[in-house]
Design a binder for this molecule. Structure first.
Ligand code: F6P
Length: 363
């Protein structure tokens, strides 16, 4: 019927293999040949791809990571070469990609990735005429044009379990326990796991916090006889008028990556302000590792099959998406746009406020 290629790009994320499982089985079932590209766009540039069979995807559905490998370093339009003296030069390798695809007769490229990989896919489509179909991946759940990215449900479940476990130490030691979660510039993981785990305070990038408001909430709990407090803080949360101190900056290849730390700083500040012992835990890559939840496995399967259906329908330059629990497609050119943030009028934020959860912006 035709020849396709599939790649996984950007940071690893629970469900990548589940999407691959669905994409490959649906493609083969419809009579396509499908190449798996190694290590994201790097494999397209270096011409590292192989034809996939049912055996290649057998048993991978529940496994974390990606059997194809991935990297978030290689942008074909600005491909970095490290010279012997350590300096970096950049070349445009998009034509190399077009040639490598043509050599194998590949007509359509399926890009499973987050904002960066989808933006590259959109550019390949726009400027080089490659037929691209995107699948929205990220634990951050912040891609525009879809209600859900795969991986988010799993990250949220891991973070919720962490909140539950931190409760034990918080209660026993009468401490403030802080959990710092990922999400980059968005607060979706913090919001959902904070509500699910029964946090007392949730701090997200979209709602700048006042330290005093957080301390007030904790001291009020103490007066009421609740001798511990749980705070979930997104890595990108920032105080009112302050900078986002620690969100990882992953934009470009060789910039240093700044690790988390907003939680540690907060623990120190709150301990000084309240006199209550405080501890912080950075959940980090545990949120991205391991097996996807049942919800993510089903979503990944739906997304993977939808990508092949889009291909059959000749519906290119699109990303598969979820709206009102229905799978559809949206223009790929819009999919790498401005991240979808939590808005202050978000229904879950409002519900959380109604049950007394503090966001640090209270009077
Ligand atoms: O976008 C997913 C994500 O895990 C963010 O939540 C986090 O800030 C970032 O990636 C970390 O990326 P890296 O793998 O480059 O450390």
């Amino acid at each position: 019927k035709g020849t396709l290629a599939v790649l996984t790009g950007g940071g690893d994320c629970p469900g990548l293999n589940a999407v691959l499982n669905a994409v490959v089985k649906a493609a083969l079932g419809h009579g396509y040949q499908i190449y798996g590209v190694e290590n994201g766009f790097n494999g397209l540039i270096k011409n590292r791809m192989k034809l996939l069979t049912y055996d290649d995807v057998s048993g991978i559905l529940p496994r974390g990571g990606t059997v194809l490998g991935t990297t978030n370093r290689d942008n074909p339009f600005k491909f970095a070469h490290i010279e012997k003296d350590g300096s970096v030069t950049y070349t445009d390798e998009s034509e190399t990609i077009v040639k490598n695809l043509a050599k194998r007769g590949i007509e359509t490229l399926i890009v499973i990735g987050g904002d960066g990989s989808l933006a590259i896919g959109a550019q390949l489509s726009r400027e080089c005429g490659v037929k691209v179909i995107g699948v929205p991946k990220t634990i951050d759940n912040d891609l525009p044009c879809t209600e859900r990215t795969f991986g988010f449900d799993t990250a949220m479940a891991v973070a919720t379990e962490a909140v539950d476990r931190l409760h034990t130490t918080a209660e026993s030691h009468h401490r403030i326990m802080i959990l710092e979660v990922m999400g980059r510039y968005a607060g979706w993981i913090a919001l959902h796991s904070g509500v699910a785990g029964g946090a007392d305070v949730i701090l997200i990038p979209e709602i700048p916090y006042h330290l005093d408001a957080v301390a007030k909430k904790i001291l009020k709990r103490q007066q009421e006889g609740k001798m511990f407090s749980i705070i979930v803080v997104a890595e990108g949360a920032k105080p009112e008028g302050g900078e986002m101190t620690v969100a990882r900056i992953v934009k470009d290849s060789f910039e240093p990556i700044r690790l988390g730390g907003v939680g540690n700083k907060l623990a120190q500040q709150l301990e000084e302000l309240t006199g209550i012992e405080a501890r912080s835990t950075i959940l980090g890559y545990l949120q991205r590792g391991g097996s996807p939840t049942a919800f993510d496995r089903v979503l990944c399967t739906r997304y993977g099959v939808a990508a092949i259906e889009a291909c059959i329908a000749g519906n290119f330059d699109v990303m598969v998406s979820l709206h009102n629990d229905s799978i559809g497609t949206v223009p790929l050119q819009e999919a790498g746009g401005k991240p979808r943030s939590v808005t202050p009028d978000n229904e879950i934020v409002q519900a959380a406020r109604s049950i007394g959860i503090c966001f640090g912006d209270e009077e």
